[in-house]
Design a protein. Structure first.
Length: 262
């Protein structure tokens, strides 16, 4: 296997291993639209990184956390419905990001930013993926029970002594970090798909939250491997092909009960 293919596979698997468990919470909490908002805000993070001469992932993480804090503050005021607020932030961030990229004078490759360029993953990118992924998984394990409690019932979790606001902010921060790590693999427009589709495919076969998280990570890894193979065979864009492979797994999971009855 060529070096660039091996790096692409390792990078995609690294992202899938963290996107699966986090995507499970996105599915359970019905946060897909919030994931889109964070992904779209990543464009502003890319511009911030270019302008300040920082690593692009740092810029994406900073802007993602900022958007999460703004969203939390506005939601607590309850002056605007949550779905409307998410729509405003999502599309507003996307439009601002596109305008800001245009103002950089071509310093940002818009196509690779929007749709990913996993075949150009470098050793430094792998270090970011696995280093950042280790942080995400460690924090996720430490917060697993509080996250489950707030997912089931926030008020009951608060009565049990869980700091609901801190736990929710931590989850948003983990999602922002995951978006930054996944940007090179599938691009900002398709990051949410890599979070929710493998988790949705795994949900039908999981009887416990932990099992669903593991199965979602496995489905993500299969999607990456299948997408890379399909991209090379069909000469199609790699990031979107990975998402198509994930969609194929979801369709199979949805059809599995009917096929088993037959």
């Amino acid at each position: 296997m060529d070096d660039f293919l091996l790096r692409a596979l390792l990078g995609g698997i690294g992202v899938a291993l963290i996107a699966g468990p986090l995507g499970s919470f996105v599915v359970w909490r019905r946060m897909a639209f919030f994931g889109d908002t964070l992904a779209h805000s990543a464009l502003l993070g890319v511009v911030l990184g270019v302008v300040l001469g920082l690593n692009l992932s740092i810029g994406v993480i900073a802007v993602g956390i900022g958007v999460a804090l703004v969203l939390t503050a506005l939601q607590r005021r309850r002056q605007i419905p949550g779905d409307t607020l998410l729509g405003i932030l999502s599309h507003g961030a996307l439009a601002l990001g596109l305008v800001a990229i245009a103002l950089t004078g071509g310093q940002v490759n818009l196509t690779s930013t929007l749709f990913g360029d996993v075949l150009s993953v470098t050793g430094e990118d792998l270090a970011w993926v696995y280093g950042g992924g280790a942080v995400v998984l460690v924090v996720l394990v430490l917060l697993w029970n509080p996250l489950l409690a707030t997912t089931v019932d926030e008020e009951l979790a608060q009565v049990d002594g869980v700091n609901v606001i801190a736990v929710n902010l931590a989850l948003m921060g983990l999602l922002a970090l995951t978006v930054a790590l996944a940007m090179k693999v599938v691009g900002v427009l398709l990051v949410t798909a890599l979070l929710i589709i493998p988790a949705a495919a795994a949900r039908r076969f999981a009887r416990t939250p932990e099992r669903m998280a593991v199965l979602a990570a496995a489905a993500g890894c299969l999607s990456v491997a299948g997408g890379l193979g399909g991209s090379l065979a069909l000469d199609t864009p790699t990031g979107p092909t990975i998402v198509v492979a994930a969609l194929f797994l979801f369709v199979l999971s949805a059809a599995a009960p009917a096929l088993s009855r037959r």
